[in-house]
Ligand binder design. Structure first.
Ligand SMILES: Cc1cc2nc3c(=O)[nH]c(=O)nc-3n(C[C@H](O)[C@H](O)[C@H](O)COP(=O)(O)OP(=O)(O)OC[C@H]3O[C@@H](n4cnc5c(N)ncnc54)[C@H](O)[C@@H]3O)c2cc1C
Length: 305
């Protein structure tokens, strides 16, 4: 028989963990389901300098563990498993996981999103050691160093414009010969002396022993190979929300993001979404935590009504 909970939270990043603090303190029987280590994406951040309460900064992994400890202290249960589907008919909703089924009166979806990866040699091993997916987070580590940004859309150009405040030089590497970014961003980037463009170019590999030091490039038109010495590479080729397991059950937009209102309610009563998984999230730890708290507060209201 499926174990029963009042609230099941899917995802143990800042959004899910913060929701867990609130639902547990509201004395709601709560289960958090996380497929990996708790902390979510923030656990990959070497140093988080913009989360309130830590004037010297804090490692992302420690931050995740501290929020988890805080939630556990108030009774949040954690299960290491992957949510693979939902059944939303009837008053009791069911979360299906790799370790069994769980019923819930309310569900908070906080399964986050991930930066699309390049899928090239060196990328995985050097993530957090010069390979980054977040300039807002990591740019200050590259003061006066040469860096590259991969991509040609809004995200890539926004990252490049942020990086010029820190880096010595920013090379934008794009596989086409023109940018997809909005015109105003393009104009700003073109006028910025620290930014240079490498057109028609793709990155084939990232080299470095303990830290990134070189990119292997190839020209997609001529096939010519080259290398570029950099201390860091920021990959900005898009985001992918973790919502595959919701297909056919919960409406998502074309890109896979969940649409919510300001109470974090989805189109289905009793089902909430919080953090990077929802459309128009600011994709920061603090905003995800805020979403989680909001979702939990309105889940509690939903259950008491
Ligand atoms: C390298 C890096 C550095 C960053 N630095 C900063 C920073 O300095 N400051 C800042 O504010 N933000 C930073 N960010 C962004 C920040 O980490 C995210 O905005 C935040 O973690 C989003 O929180 P979330 O809880 O919504 O989602 P996530 O953190 O993505 O957490 C979602 C969790 O859900 C789990 N999950 C997904 N699918 C399932 C499933 N089917 N079943 C079970 N579990 C599932 C995932 O394993 C994950 O743990 C950084 C991100 C990265 C990658």
């Amino acid at each position: 028989m499926a174990k029963e909970y009042e609230v099941v939270i899917i995802g143990g990043g800042p959004a899910g963990l913060s929701a867990g603090i609130y639902t547990s303190r509201a004395r709601l029987r709560s289960l958090l389901i996380e497929r990996g280590p708790v902390g979510g994406q923030i656990a990959d951040a070497e140093l988080v300098e913009n989360y309130p309460g830590f004037p010297q900064g804090i490692s992302g992994m420690e931050l995740g563990q501290l929020i988890h400890q805080q939630a556990t202290r108030y009774g949040l249960e954690t299960l290491q498993a992957e949510a693979t589907g939902l059944e939303l008919q009837g008053e009791k909703r069911m979360v299906i996981t790799t370790k069994g089924k769980f019923t819930a009166k309310a569900i908070i979806i906080a399964s986050g999103s991930e930066r699309s990866k390049l899928g090239i040699p060196g990328e995985e091993g050097l993530t957090g050691k010069g390979v980054s997916y977040c300039a807002t987070c990591d740019a200050p580590f590259f003061k006066e160093k040469p860096v590259a940004v991969v991509g040609g859309g809004d995200a890539a150009i926004t990252e490049a414009l942020h990086l010029v405040k820190f880096a010595a030089k920013v090379k934008v590497i794009h596989r086409r010969n023109e940018l997809r970014a909005t015109k105003i961003l393009q104009e700003k980037a073109m006028a910025e002396p620290k930014i240079e463009f490498l057109w028609d170019t793709k990155v084939e590999g990232i080299e470095g022993k303990d830290r990134v030091n070189r990119l292997n490039l190839s020209n997609v038109v001529t096939g010519e190979k080259s290398t570029l010495d950099v201390a860091g590479v920021f990959v900005a080729v898009g985001f992918k929300p973790n919502t595959d397991y919701l297909k056919g059950v919960l409406p998502v937009d074309d890109a896979g993001y969940i649409v919510t209102n300001e109470r974090m309610e989805t189109k289905i009563p009793g089902v909430f979404a919080a953090g990077d998984v929802r459309l128009n999230s600011a994709q920061q730890a603090i905003t995800a935590a805020g979403d989680g708290a909001t979702a939990a507060i309105y889940a509690e209201k939903f259950l008491s009504e």
